[in-house]
Design a binder for this molecule. Structure first.
Ligand SMILES: *Cc1c(COP(=O)(O)O)cnc(C)c1O
Length: 386
């Protein structure tokens, strides 16, 4: 059968549950924490993994299996595994692929909590995502190494040139792990570009409705089996209800991401032409620092953007306080547009000089564009900037 396109997979992929006449179109939530057996023989075989079946909630669950199968299909992966959160997925992949003594190399442009999770394991070599020479040099030391990157970063939406990074990692015998949360599988499929594993905070676009916290790793079957064995011992499983909500949200992934990406492109163009805006960061703009990588790697520019208002912190706070459609809130990837001020939230511990060095000026605002009417969002920002 020919491979279906991503928008179709987002609706239909996964285990459809019951078959036969009158089968439900929507799968139930499989809340059972334990499963029973008709015979001791079945019981012992399932326990020994020599016969397929569910046994106990920390080992496998049909609702999380359904979500994992859908994400694997969208990412073009052999298999996937769900986790209790995006950070649980990050932690598991590092435990499995970067045991103590592994040199971790990463672009500087990374999710803040991921930076601390990497650092907790030992020294990390950070380089600018465009500085391939520095990344190659950091990978070239003796011993095992791992390269960790995000397809599109937050808040600057810096795009990693994944084919180039995969080549650098593999030349050093290191795996490339990619966080594809911001780009989504509709914007990019990192495994097609040479990544060895791809992960998501499914809390964001995959769920899309800001009502569940979840993580997923998609990878070759052999790696997913190692992650499963790790999860049996660490226990960071996703609850069935949360898995069901994420799978339900994913059915509209295509609609949401295509809409929000087009809206973000329109808003980015509008803001770039605005007299009170100094800079806009969005991969759709020719002025974007990683516009080249975006052309190679992204099928959609995405729904996240950042912009710097003239007038520093006071002006940024005035815009934040002036919006009436955008929500003042953290996180991204929901149907609702959220606006945040990195200098007073995610980066609040940095001094003014440190903020400037991190490329987060005090006037920078981040927008996660949702599914409202784009004209209302433009009006909202326009009014707040005035
Ligand atoms: C939110 C986020 C995470 C962490 O995911 P949680 O589900 O909040 O644990 C990791 N990476 C990126 C890029 C994120 O946006």
């Amino acid at each position: 059968m020919r491979e279906r396109r991503p928008g179709t997979l987002a609706v239909h992929a996964g285990h459809d549950g019951e078959d036969g006449p009158g089968a439900p179109v929507v799968p139930p939530v499989h809340r059972a924490a334990i499963h029973r057996f008709d015979t001791t023989d079945d019981f012992s075989h399932v326990m020994a993994d020599s016969r397929a079946g569910y046994l106990y909630g920390r080992l496998r669950n049909a609702s999380t299996d359904d979500l994992a199968a859908a994400v694997a299909a969208l990412e073009g992966a052999e298999r996937a595994l769900c986790f209790a959160s995006g950070m649980a997925a990050v932690d598991a992949i590092l435990d499995v692929l970067a045991p103590p003594g592994t040199a971790i190399v990463a672009p500087r442009q990374l999710y803040g909590t991921t930076v601390s999770a990497l650092r907790r394991r030992g020294p990390v070599a950070f380089a600018d995502v465009r500085d391939h020479d520095a990344i190659a040099a950091a990978l070239a030391r003796r011993g095992p190494a791992l390269l960790y990157a995000e397809t599109s970063s937050n808040p600057h939406v810096a795009v990693a040139d994944l084919p180039a990074l995969a080549a650098l990692a593999h030349a050093a015998g290191a795996p490339l792990v990619v966080d594809n949360t911001v780009a989504t599988p509709l914007g990019c499929r990192p495994l097609d570009h040479g990544a060895d594993a791809v992960l998501h905070s499914a809390t964001k676009y995959l769920n899309g409705h800001s009502d569940a916290v979840a993580g997923v790793v998609a990878a070759p079957a052999e790696l997913v089996e190692r992650l499963e064995r790790h999860q049996v011992e660490t226990g960071a499983v996703l609850a069935p209800d949360a898995a069901w909500l994420v799978r339900r949200g994913m059915r509209t992934l295509h609609l949401r991401v295509v809409h929000a990406s087009a809206a973000a492109t329109a808003i980015a163009g509008h803001l770039e032409a605005h007299g009170r805006v100094a800079r806009v960061f969005h991969p759709s703009l020719a002025s974007h620092p990683t516009a080249d990588a975006a052309r190679r790697v992204l099928r959609l520019p995405g729904a996240l953007l950042a912009f710097e208002v003239r007038g520093g912190r006071a002006a940024a706070e005035a815009v934040m306080d002036g919006v009436t459609v955008c929500l003042r809130a953290t996180s991204l990837g929901g149907v609702e547009t959220t606006i945040s001020h990195p200098a007073s939230t995610s980066h609040r511990e940095l001094s003014a000089d440190e903020l400037a060095a991190a490329g987060v000026p005090e006037g920078l605002l981040r927008l996660s564009v949702g599914c409202e009417d784009p004209d209302d969002l433009v009006d909202d920002l326009e009014g707040a900037l005035r």
